[in-house]
Write a protein that binds this ligand. Structure first.
Ligand SMILES: [Zn+2]
Length: 394
């Protein structure tokens, strides 16, 4: 019989262990039993996932109905800065409120909640090791679950062993932040209404294996898993899930004409019936069955519906736009999956349009620098959208 080996310690997996590809604390639903043994699974969650997900605590605290398999209703604690009487202090927060500030409590010898402090900022550290490790873990897991051999991914995986015992696991793949380089992507990311989702795309191009990661439809990165990858066929795998539990409450059903029945049937994807009790029953079943895991082509195609009209209405249907629409969408306005986030359009000095590899083109623009004005601006725009979304959905 075929033996499954743990990708970290190499031992034969005797007892299957479910590993979350996207961390459970972030609302990740995707689990895989093909990755590691229970011991290494514990290790990864303790040293990689915990530090990674803590970075997102200020965001998690504000998302209504975050999906979690182990349904702890805990509010995570996070840190930030507050101001009191003209001075700035470090403080701890929970669900948007200050819960403690040791310096202030010591100074005034009272409960911090009694002081009229103002919140200045919440700490949100994206450029550190913990962030990179967690991001790379998602990419690594997704690739393993999609059947990529760990031999191909060895270069960025570091395992420190002391004898047989694992001391430290860390990842060191190159990470490139995403920003839209064409009109269609710009429209999808900044002009369509916000849907809170996690999206993963694994693809190969030439000898590169890359994973695109989008968390909370806000934090978007490419992880370059291999630069000497060889495969007989091109790889393109996608995963998309909503982050919030669906509201499973039964809607108020009001039928005033036959067409209402058809509207409900269409909305819940059920067979129409004149029997009102039966209709309600079918709607209930349909709601219960609805999964938060979706098809990427459906979600993105829906976002682009009306884009051509938007351009005509705004009198901005240029040749560039037509080219990027043709690159990503077929005649029925359905997403051409294999190109999405993999290729973009680039216009050279002579005005010739070329199709280029997306992460490579962004890397060229960044040119090895740590920060780039355009990327910073784009990240701020995405953050602003997420914050507004959460405010509107309280
Ligand atoms: Zn192991």
């Amino acid at each position: 019989m075929y033996e499954k080996r743990c990708v970290y310690c190499g031992k034969v997996i005797t007892k299957l262990s479910k590993e979350h590809v996207i961390q459970n604390a972030l609302g990740g639903k995707y689990e895989s039993e093909d990755i590691c043994c229970g011991e290494c699974n514990n290790y990864v969650s303790k040293y990689i996932d915990k530090n990674f997900t803590e970075i997102f605590n200020p965001i998690i605290a504000e998302i209504k109905n975050l999906y979690k398999t182990n349904n702890k209703k805990s509010n995570p604690i996070y840190t930030g800065n507050i101001e009191y009487k003209g001075k700035i202090y470090k403080a701890k927060f929970k669900a948007g409120r200050v819960v403690s500030c040791s310096e202030l409590s010591k100074k005034y010898k009272c409960d911090i909640k009694k002081l009229n402090v103002s919140i200045l900022s919440k700490n949100f550290e994206l450029e550190n090791e913990a962030f990179k490790n967690g991001l790379c873990k998602i990419a690594f897991n997704f690739a393993i679950d999609k059947g990529i051999s760990s031999d191909n991914l060895k270069k960025g995986l570091n395992i420190d062993k002391e004898g047989e015992k694992i001391k430290k696991i860390s990842f060191n793949y190159p990470v490139v932040p995403f920003m839209p380089l064409n009109e269609v992507d710009n429209y999808i990311e900044l002009k369509t209404s916000m849907i809170l989702y996690h999206n993963l795309i694994l693809f190969s191009y030439s000898n590169i294996l890359c994973c695109y990661i989008d968390l909370f439809n806000t934090f978007q990165y490419y992880v370059i898993l291999s630069q000497d990858f060889y495969s007989k066929k091109d790889i393109y795998e996608s995963y998309i899930q909503f982050v919030q539990n669906r509201d499973r409450k039964m809607p108020e059903i009001s039928i005033s004409s036959r067409s209402d029945i058809l509207i409900y049937a269409d909305q819940y994807n059920i067979e129409p019936t004149m029997d009102l009790d039966e209709l309600k029953k079918r709607i209930k079943i349909s709601i219960e069955k609805e999964s938060i895991v979706k098809n990427m082509v459906d979600i993105i195609s829906e976002k682009i519906q009306g884009y051509a009209n938007y351009c005509i209405d705004n009198r901005v249907l240029s040749a560039d736009k037509i080219e990027s629409i043709q690159m990503y969408f077929d005649e029925d306005d359905r997403l051409i999956e294999d190109n999405f986030r993999k290729f973009t359009i680039y216009k050279d000095d002579k005005g010739n349009t070329k199709t280029v590899f997306y992460p490579e083109q962004i890397a060229r623009i960044i040119d090895g620098k740590k920060t780039n004005e355009k990327i910073t601006k784009y990240c701020h725009q995405k953050m602003y959208r997420l914050e507004n979304f959460n405010k509107e959905n309280i």
